[in-house]
Design a protein around this ligand. Structure first.
Ligand code: WT7
Length: 633
């Protein structure tokens, strides 16, 4: 395998001994955990604080509706914030935030806790109670983690909608979660331009019926419409006496380990995004354990997870796990190339970042600008690099390793999903690496690559990636849709979780992820469903039918290509094709903008009328069309 050769060439060279666990000792831990996974997870759980201990580690009697740490009482905020108060950590920086315009804001654990308490009191004063859903639609600013933590503190369930999504995506998520409060901003900065978040929010709220109040963070300070009695500015609310609480704080709600912590919508195979449900108890154990293992976080580290808090990566590894571990995080608001392509490296140098965790698509896009933008900065404090979201290609791996990491920093390639909540297949700093492989399942995690019948495939052969036992940070279901949860993840191979990915395992047991096997497209690491894009297209008056596919793209990994049939009497034109691409970007968000919209006279369909995307894809790539015996067209 070409990629394995690269590992011989690069992987083991010039690498200083990592602190912490040797690989041999780590392998023993994996073996011990394999022999008794529940004991492993229980030991991990014992390092966190709980209001009441569990009666059982795992209840699998209602599988696939698993329950972890049954009977325990906790709140993830008790571990993320409360337990640091009164310790030296309260004076440690929890967050170093840089705005796109260069603004700097920092929060010690003490200050972050105080802000969270105040906002929690604001939410309470608006009538938000335990179990209520709150939607958060914010740019990458400190108020985003603050709002999440405030919800968690009072037992409300947050649903963060990525600030790059647009009206229809926000509307669907507001309505499905029946949120009563929406936290948003007057606008956000991206590449020096203002994203009109409040305008989008107003339109989404007008389409959805449930929202009673909007809290608006002042970020860009431009004039926005404020509905009297409905909309309030965040900073106006934060100075009200009520937000101070009885003694300047806010009681942390005692939650059951299995109570929901958040909903996070992600794309699946239907047009309707599904809400993944994560809970307080198992999730905190899973994310804290895996961040500690894979990145060996220490008090002297400066951790930078460059994802957006609006995705699971940000939920788990910007907000919750680093805070539980008492770490110092760096967060940056804007585009990596603003105003110049060295913005990230400037930030890494300025704040002494020791660990950078990002996605291959970001690496590829920065790589294009050449090495000099990186090498003019002192990145000597970096000791580990991380990758997530899609397989990392050898070229990007090599550049990341050599140019960014100076040939010193192991690349921690973490495979996981919104659904898994935590890293599942990933190395630790001492693991022998093979570029492009996420290496081995973590302790307490079991994965296999199997054929159609569920038999493990021989080394080197492609098959379906399944997880064969439950794990604490696993999704507990899809919000209000238990049947879809069972059907989608647990019905293909009873008792096993279907990931939707195909993969290979090599002779050393290393996992190589190939990609999605369903109608999910990974565009710049973002997960989009073909059906979501298609339903946005057919919502345009000119379109009668549409199909979307993903085609390989040098920087984005995959790009979206659409085929549309127009309604009778509508004339095709390049302008219309352009307008349709704009329409998708407006409805779903700029990340969903199709690269190409092609107006066609017919679409390949089965006799039962299903569009055969597989055939479109083969045609787009100039590959053989495969079995087309069911093709009607
Ligand atoms: C899908 C999950 C997990 C946070 C970000 C994405 C792909 C994820 C890797 C990796 C190869 C990867 C898979 C997976 N994926 N990490 N290290 N190597 N592929 O979360 O949006 O839920 O997407 O991302 O296809 O199924 P997500």
């Amino acid at each position: 395998m070409a990629q394995t050769d690269l590992s011989v060439e690069l992987g083991q060279r010039r690498r200083p001994r990592q602190r912490g666990w040797s690989f041999e000792r780590y392998q023993r831990l994996r073996e011990e955990a394999a022999a008794d996974p529940l004991r492993f997870w229980e030991r991990q759980a014992m390092q966190l604080s709980w209001y009441r201990r569990w009666e059982r580690v795992l209840d699998d009697s209602q599988a696939p509706f698993y329950r972890w740490f049954v009977g325990a009482k906790t709140n993830i905020v008790a571990n993320a914030l409360d337990r640091h108060l009164g310790t030296a950590t309260q004076n440690t920086l929890a967050l170093i935030w840089e705005g796109e315009n260069g603004e700097l804001r920092t929060f010690s654990y003490f200050a972050l806790h105080r802000e969270v308490c105040q906002f929690a009191n604001v939410l309470k004063s608006m009538g938000v109670r335990r179990g209520d859903r709150v939607t958060i639609y914010l740019p990458r600013i400190p108020e985003l983690p603050i709002a999440m933590l405030a919800c968690a503190k009072i037992g409300a369930v947050h649903s963060v909608v990525y600030g790059g999504f647009s009206v229809e995506a926000l509307h669907g998520r507001l309505e499905d979660s029946a949120s009563r409060v929406l936290v948003t901003a007057d606008g956000g900065y991206m590449r020096g331009k203002v994203v009109p978040l409040k305008e989008i929010a107003d339109e989404a709220v007008a389409r959805a019926g449930t929202v009673e109040h909007l809290v608006v963070v002042r970020r860009t300070r431009q004039e926005v419409h404020m509905e009297p009695g409905r909309d309030f500015y965040y900073d106006d609310l934060m100075v009200l006496p009520v937000t101070r609480g009885a003694d300047g704080g806010c009681e942390t709600e005692v939650m059951d380990a299995e109570d929901p912590l958040f909903l996070l919508y992600t794309s699946g195979t239907t047009g309707k995004p599904k809400a993944i449900v994560h809970t307080h108890g198992g999730y905190q154990v899973g994310v804290a354990t895996t961040l500690q293992l894979c990145f060996d976080l220490r008090p002297e580290d400066r951790w930078w997870c460059a994802a957006d808090p609006g995705w699971i990566t940000g939920h788990s590894y910007i907000v919750y796990a680093p805070l539980i571990l008492g770490a110092t995080s760096v967060m940056y608001e804007g585009a990596p190339t603003y105003p110049y392509p060295d913005r990230w490296w400037r930030i890494a140098e300025k704040y002494g970042v020791t660990i950078l965790y990002t996605a291959p698509t970001a690496i590829r896009s920065l790589m294009r600008f050449g090495d000099a933008w990186v090498t003019r900065h002192d990145l000597s404090r970096l000791r580990l690099l991380g990758s997530v979201g899609e397989p990392i290609n050898p070229e990007a791996w090599r550049w990341y390793y050599e140019v960014v990491g100076g040939g010193r920093c192991p690349i921690i390639d973490t495979w996981w999903q919104t659904e898994t909540g935590m890293f599942m297949i990933a190395p630790v700093p001492s693991s022998p690496l093979k570029p492009g492989s996420a290496t081995l399942p973590l302790p307490g995690v079991t994965a296999q690559v199997v054929d159609e019948e569920g038999r493990p495939v021989p080394p080197g052969e492609e098959g379906k990636l399944v997880l064969t036992s439950p794990w604490p940070a696993m999704l507990r279901g899809l919000y209000r849709d238990p049947e879809r949860y069972r059907q989608q993840y647990w019905s293909r191979y009873p008792g096993w979780y279907l990931t939707g990915d195909s993969a290979r395992v090599d002779e050393d047991g290393y996992f190589w992820i190939i990609g999605r096997t369903d109608d999910v497209i990974k565009v710049s690491g973002y997960r989009l469903g073909t059906a979501e894009i298609e339903s946005a297209l057919v919502s345009h008056p000119a379109v009668s039918e549409a199909a979307a596919i993903g085609v390989p793209h040098e920087v984005k990994g995959h790009a979206i290509r659409c085929y549309v049939l127009l309604r009778a009497g509508v004339a095709a034109s390049p302008e219309l094709a352009h307008e349709l691409a704009d329409h998708v970007a407006r409805e779903v968000g700029p990340i969903a903008r199709p690269e190409v919209v092609e107006i066609v006279a017919s679409l390949p369909k089965t006799r039962s009328g299903k569009i055969m995307r597989r055939v479109l894809k083969a045609r787009a790539l100039g590959q053989p069309e495969g079995d087309t015996s069911t093709l009607e067209e």
